[in-house]
Design a protein. Structure first.
Length: 255
């Protein structure tokens, strides 16, 4: 009888996390350093991030018809734009469908980015605090503007980047402390309405220092025991995908 009661409890728990919807915005650093060819002819960080997001979208199609995924880039703008803003919404936050998945596949397989978008240098002034602040604010507005019926739904932002100090060393004297404080305030505002921000580090073969990011985002103490983190893609796309799936699985279990 005790075992039967335990099974009923487990079944109730499983039903809880399976029915709790998950809404994920994948924010990808689209500045030039993310496009550098990796040693040995491996994929660029940007391509690896897009491939991981593609696999995440396909997985959500199988797991739930309520989960949504969106893709936003920062540090890039549409080519030829009269008033370029360094934030691009590549895919709106919605339930993944065949058209969106095909759009992501086409970008990964071809050269669609360079023909349609302009990537900014990492240390260009317009790619600094303003770019990061705008993309976090855009994420906040996206979640607030979307009618999410489940009040307890997960609202998450994953930031894929290979830059552990994104507000330092800019042209014209660098980013000021006030600008950094504004970025932190936007992140805090997002947290107050239940948005969880997580960084997915992509510093291949070196330590990814979390000193800046830990002030903005959630992090897994198991990954960050000493305040730094070995880049998620240090070995391969498969390693990056495995880390992302662990985060996804852990979130499901905690629901």
């Amino acid at each position: 009888m005790e075992a039967e009661g335990h099974d009923e409890e487990e079944g109730t728990h499983e039903q809880t996390w399976q029915t709790k919807s998950d809404h994920l915005l994948c924010v990808i650093d689209a500045r030039r350093d993310m496009f550098e060819q990796q040693p040995g002819g491996g994929s660029t960080h940007f391509e690896a991030a897009m491939r991981v997001v593609l696999q995440t979208m396909k997985q959500k199609v199988i797991l739930s018809d309520k989960d949504t995924v969106g893709i936003v880039w920062f540090g890039a703008h549409a080519a030829g734009s009269d008033a370029p803003e360094p934030v691009v919404e590549f895919a709106a936050l919605d339930v993944p469908n065949a058209e969106t998945i095909r759009k992501v596949q086409d970008l990964v397989r071809g050269d669609g980015f360079t023909s349609q978008y302009t990537s900014l240098p990492n240390r260009a002034s317009e790619a600094g605090a303003g770019s990061l602040k705008k993309v976090l604010w855009r994420c906040q507005q996206t979640f607030m503007g979307r009618a999410i019926k489940d009040a307890d739904a997960f609202k998450r932002v994953w930031i894929f980047t290979n830059d552990d100090s994104p507000l330092e060393g800019f042209e014209g004297g660098g980013t000021t402390a006030d600008e950094g404080a504004l970025v932190q305030q936007v992140a805090r505002d997002a947290g107050q309405i239940g948005i969880e921000i997580t960084v997915i580090p992509m510093a291949r073969g070196r330590k990814f220092e979390m000193a800046f990011w830990r002030r903005l985002v959630c992090f897994d103490p198991d990954d960050d025991a000493d305040g730094s983190m070995l880049g998620a893609s240090s070995s391969s796309f498969d390693e990056l995908l495995a880390r992302v799936r662990r985060k996804q699985h852990k979130k499901r279990r905690l629901a």
